[in-house]
Design a binder for this molecule. Structure first.
Ligand code: ZN
Length: 286
C-alpha cells in the first residue's frame, strides 16, 4: 500500500485537547485496550472525511483483526501500534473524543466511528464538528515526523534554546508551533509563560539563559499539574470514560481576564498574540 503524502495538519496551536488531555486518554486506554483485537469498524454516513488514509472502506477492512500492541503519543497525536506493524493514528482536533464503552451502552450524540473489540467493549469516536482525523499507515513518520520534540518528554533547556535561536516571533507563537515543540496549545503555553514570569509577546530569541531554564521547568510543571487533574474541560474535552477533567478550576491565567493574579492581585489582561487571544499578568510577566 502506498503511503500518504505529508498529511499532518500542523496548524499553530489549533486543537483542544492539548498534550495533558491526550496523555490522560492514552493512559486510560493503555490498561483497557492493549492486547485487545479490533473486530468490526463502523463509520457513520457523513463521517468518512475523518478517515484521512486509506479509503474509509479499506480502513474498516484492514483494521478488523488487528491486535493493539501499544499506544504511544507524539504531541497531540495518539498512535495505536498494531499487530501487523501498522499504526492507527488519531488526532482529536477541536471536539473529538475517544471513549471506551460497553457494546450495549446507548449511542452517544455525534458518534462518528465505532471500533468494536474482542471483549464486551468498543472504542467510540465522537466528534461534533467532524474535524478530527484518523490514519491507518505502515509508517508513522509521514504523519508525525514534522512535529518538534514532545513538550513533555523531549525537552531540555538546550532543545528550548535551539528552538528559539534566531526566531523573532513571539515566544508564545513559538511554543504553540507544533513543528517547533509538539503538544502545547493556547492553554498550556499561557500557563507556562505565567509560571516562568515571561511576557507572551517577548521575541523568542530575546530570552536569557535564566529565563529559558525557568520556562523549561514551567512547561513541565504546567503539563504535569494539568495531568494530575486529568486535563482541562473548558468545552468539549472528556477522558476515555466520558468524564470531564478538573484542571479548568486550577488555571492561573487562561480565560481569567479581569480576575486577580494569584501572585500579585493585578487583573489578568487579554491581548492578541499571533492572532490568538492571550491571557497574562502585566505585572508578573516581563
Ligand atoms: Zn501578577
Amino acid at each position: 500500500m502506498p503511503q500518504p503524502g505529508v498529511a499532518a495538519l500542523l496548524e499553530v496551536g489549533v486543537g483542544v485537547p492539548e498534550l495533558p488531555e491526550v496523555e490522560t486518554i492514552r493512559r486510560d486506554l493503555l490498561s483497557r485496550v492493549v492486547g485487545r483485537t479490533f473486530r468490526r469498524v463502523r463509520i457513520s454516513p457523513g463521517a468518512e472525511r475523518i478517515v484521512r488514509w486509506p479509503s474509509p472502506a479499506e480502513f474498516a477492512r484492514a483494521l478488523a483483526g488487528q491486535r493493539i500492541e501499544h499506544i504511544s503519543r507524539r504531541g497531540k497525536y495518539l498512535l495505536f501500534h498494531l499487530s501487523d506493524g501498522r499504526y492507527l493514528i488519531v488526532h482529536l482536533r477541536m471536539t473529538g473524543a475517544l471513549l471506551h464503552r460497553p457494546k450495549d451502552a446507548p449511542e452517544e450524540p455525534y458518534l462518528r466511528i465505532s471500533l468494536s473489540l474482542d471483549d464486551s467493549n468498543e472504542l467510540r469516536y465522537t466528534d461534533l464538528r467532524k474535524l478530527g482525523n484518523m490514519w491507518l499507515v505502515e509508517e508513522a513518520e509521514p504523519i508525525v515526523g514534522k512535529l518538534g520534540p514532545d513538550a513533555l518528554e523531549g525537552v531540555t533547556p538546550q532543545t528550548l534554546r535551539s528552538l528559539i535561536d534566531g526566531r523573532s516571533a513571539s515566544i508564545k507563537a513559538v511554543l504553540m508551533d507544533q513543528a517547533a515543540l509538539a503538544g502545547l496549545g493556547n492553554i498550556y503555553s499561557e500557563e507556562a509563560l505565567f509560571l516562568a514570569g515571561i511576557h507572551p509577546r517577548r521575541p523568542a530569541e530575546s530570552l536569557a539563559a535564566d529565563e529559558l531554564s525557568r520556562l523549561h521547568k514551567a512547561i513541565g510543571d504546567a503539563l504535569l499539574e494539568a495531568m494530575g487533574h486529568r486535563g482541562s474541560s473548558f468545552r468539549d474535552y472528556v477522558d476515555a470514560e466520558g468524564r470531564e477533567g478538573q484542571h479548568q478550576w486550577h488555571v492561573k491565567v487562561y480565560r481569567r481576564t479581569g480576575e486577580p493574579c494569584y501572585n500579585c492581585g493585578t487583573p489578568i489582561e487579554r491581548i492578541k498574540v499571533g492572532g490568538r487571544s492571550t491571557h497574562f499578568c502585566p505585572l508578573c510577566q516581563r
